[in-house]
Design a protein around this ligand. Structure first.
Ligand code: ZN
Length: 312
């Protein structure tokens, strides 16, 4: 399942390639499972929208859109967005503007709804790919957004745990970004938590974006057993864990993520961090430090891998 480093890799790839482009039209497969907004709403919001940013929030990809570049003639990069917005102003917005003027409000602020965002969650097997239009349509393609540049943004998801939505309010999710948090806040998250530290690391309400791979790899580097109660960790343990989380996530981003099942980035390329895994997926193989076989246990329904000698 794509975690923070894989999603960040997709986001960085798309940021370099689609920002400034305009979505000319949208095709949806008709499968309802990945859609968290109605197909009509997704199509109507995306069609004609300009992509102004791509960012990550936890495991979500947030594509910031600017609507108002509706007609092809206005949909060029050097266009005049203000005129485009004025042209696509709905009747209600114009009425609203008139009433503002009548009410004595300054009219330089035309009331319009906030710019929407297209939210993509890759789930287990989702891929968000930027491909040339003649690329064969992969099985399990659920969305194709044709861009003005000629390229196509496609969402492919065989297992359909991924999600697609459009939102009109600034998108927010629970939890804190593990790469932005300071040590005091980080250690505070685990105080009084009686759950195993492994479960606490997976809890998206605490830190967002860490899944099974990076929880196991962080605990291995911090020399902490996954079953240890979070509240029982010492300040020194937490400090090592804090540094390990940051190191593992940054190293994994630098390696383009881990391709353990079928993860690929937006250009269809795999990541390479799986070659730096010390414990994840290495059950029975020798620990890279001490040579003892790596153990696998199940904690709260999830596989956990650790070295019984190096991790305490
Ligand atoms: Zn070991």
């Amino acid at each position: 399942m794509p975690e923070l480093p894989e999603v960040e890799t997709v986001v960085r790839g798309l940021r370099q390639t689609v920002v400034g482009d305009v979505i000319e039209d949208v095709w949806l497969s008709g499968r309802k499972q990945p859609l968290k907004s109605s197909p009509q709403e997704i199509a109507s919001v995306l069609t004609g929208a300009r992509i102004v940013g791509v960012r990550r929030m936890g495991k979500h990809i947030v594509i910031d859109l600017e609507v108002g570049a509706r007609s092809p003639s206005s949909a060029n990069k050097k266009g005049t967005p203000n005129r485009a917005i004025a042209r696509s102003c709905s009747k209600s917005q114009i009425t609203n503007r008139k009433s503002q003027i009548a009410g004595g409000s300054p009219d330089h602020q035309i009331a319009r709804s906030p710019d929407p965002q297209f939210i993509v969650h890759l789930g287990m097997t989702g891929r968000l790919l930027l491909v040339p239009p003649d690329a064969p349509l992969a099985k399990h393609t659920h969305l194709v957004a044709r861009l003005k540049s000629g390229k196509e943004l496609r969402f492919v998801d065989p297992r359909m745990f991924g999600k697609l939505a459009v939102v009109r309010q600034p998108f927010e999710t629970a939890g804190t970004e593990p790469l932005d948090i300071g040590f005091e806040l980080f250690s505070g998250l685990f105080r009084k938590r009686k759950t195993p530290i492994k479960s606490a690391l997976l809890n998206q309400n605490l830190l967002r974006g860490i899944g099974n791979i990076y929880a196991d790899e962080s605990l291995a580097r911090a020399a902490i057993r996954p079953r240890r109660r979070a509240a029982r960790l010492t300040r020194a343990d937490l400090h090592r864990l804090y540094q390990s989380v940051q190191q593992v996530l940054n190293d994994a981003i630098a390696a383009g993520g881990s391709s353990v099942s079928d993860y690929v980035d937006s250009a269809g390329e795999p990541g390479f961090f799986q070659f730096q895994h010390r414990v994840y997926g290495r059950e029975g193989e020798p620990c890279l430090t001490c040579g003892k076989p790596i153990k696998r246990v199940v904690i709260a329904g999830r596989s956990s891998h650790y070295c019984p000698k190096c991790q305490k």
